[in-house]
Design a protein around this ligand. Structure first.
Ligand code: MF3
Ligand code: CO
Ligand code: CO
Length: 258
């Protein structure tokens, strides 16, 4: 795992800010009647033309879009589609990666479309809290196990489950680097955090069981029981005393400063 230099960290702040701003811009475009394809194309246009950056999801493995769009029971890696029209009551995760200054930032959030059920709103809120509980554990000397433990505990105490087949990841010049950042684990176990590390935390929280299935498109991951799943993701830097959320959005600033 490569530790980031002072100069890289400056650049990483810019890369992260771009991804954060795009997620916020998309809020006004996620509404009933819009297809996930249109949203992905808008995100691509913003990344490339407004921010002069690279949509690094495109061509990663064989993915063709600037973001993954995961609706309702889709856990992650949903493929944007013209046929997938958002409707009142849906919830969708939009997961974007932006490469600039040779560094990749990776972040996602949930969007609630129109009027969403109270159960779904609660799941989304707890999912975001799980991300924050994980982030709260980030400081030199703590371990990856501390992060996973805190996340899984918050999910299960709310009656939800954590998907285990997908994890957060180291990030830098490449989207996916070492180490794996599991969203479950044991206190004090696993790699020790060191100043200058960058990785994502991105828990997938299921309303029902944690079991998943893969669709025939070889990308889309869904819940086995058909219940809802949510995900929230940030790119995090380990600092001397704690963490910095490189992809922090403006609306989060009041509750997350480090
Ligand atoms: N953004 C996803 C993640 O959080 C990865 C997307 S896979 C890609 O790791 F192929 F779309 F890039
Ligand atoms: Co992502
Ligand atoms: Co990621």
């Amino acid at each position: 795992m490569k530790l980031k230099t002072k100069e890289q960290i400056e650049n990483y702040r810019d890369t992260g800010r771009i991804a954060a701003e795009i997620l916020t811009t998309l809020v006004d475009h996620v509404k009933p009647g819009v297809s996930t394809y249109e949203i992905a194309k808008l995100a691509e246009d913003l990344i490339v033309n407004k921010y002069d950056a690279i949509a690094s999801c495109i061509g990663q493995y064989d993915f063709e879009y600037a973001l993954c769009s995961s609706v309702n029971d889709v856990v992650c890696h949903g493929i944007p589609s013209k046929e997938e029209i958002l409707k009142d009551g849906d919830m969708v995760n939009l997961d974007i990666t932006v490469k600039k200054h040779g560094l990749v930032s990776d972040t996602s959030r949930m969007y609630l479309v129109g009027e969403v059920s109270a159960d779904a709103q609660k799941l989304s809120r707890v999912g975001q809290e799980c991300l924050y509980k994980g982030i709260d554990q980030v400081k030199p000397g703590n371990t990856l196990g501390d992060i996973g433990f805190a996340i899984n505990k918050h999910a299960t105490r709310n009656g939800y489950s954590i998907v285990r087949e997908y994890s957060g990841h180291g990030i830098g010049a490449e989207m996916h680097e070492e180490p794996e950042v599991l969203h479950y684990g044991k206190k004090d176990k696993g790699i020790k955090l060191v100043e200058g590390m960058t990785f994502t935390i991105e828990p997938m929280v299921n309303q029902g069981s944690r079991e998943i299935e893969h669709l025939d498109d070889e990308w889309t991951v869904v819940t086995q029981d058909g219940k809802l799943s949510v995900q929230w993701e940030h790119t995090i830097l380990v600092t001397k005393t704690g963490y910095e959320i490189l992809t922090l959005r403006e609306e989060e600033s009041f509750k997350r400063t480090s």
